[in-house]
Design a protein. Structure first.
Length: 89
């Protein structure tokens, strides 16, 4: 439900940035801002899964560390960014 609209918004923003911006700076900034929507959508799914699994484990009486799992997931999600930064810097 979240992923497809985010991909679509990002695709439209990228298309407009490539072919329709010209020299209009505010439109370019808006396209740039919207171009990260696919990233938002792709990150929403894993974090939502972790939250759902933690709620289920909590209902079953198991010990849950949501903060630890979210931080580990965040590290795994940003590995690509870290590799790009280290290799290009």
């Amino acid at each position: 439900l979240v992923y497809a609209p985010c991909i679509f918004i990002g695709a439209v923003a990228s298309f407009l940035a490539a072919f329709a911006v010209g020299h209009v700076s505010m439109f370019a900034i808006a396209c740039f801002t919207l171009s990260v929507m696919p990233e938002v959508g792709s990150f929403a799914i894993p974090f939502g899964l972790v939250a759902t699994l933690n709620q289920r484990a909590e209902r079953e009486g198991k010990q849950v560390s949501t903060a630890l799992q979210m931080s580990l997931l965040n590290c795994c999600v940003t590995v690509g960014q870290q590799i790009c930064t280290l290799s290009l810097a």
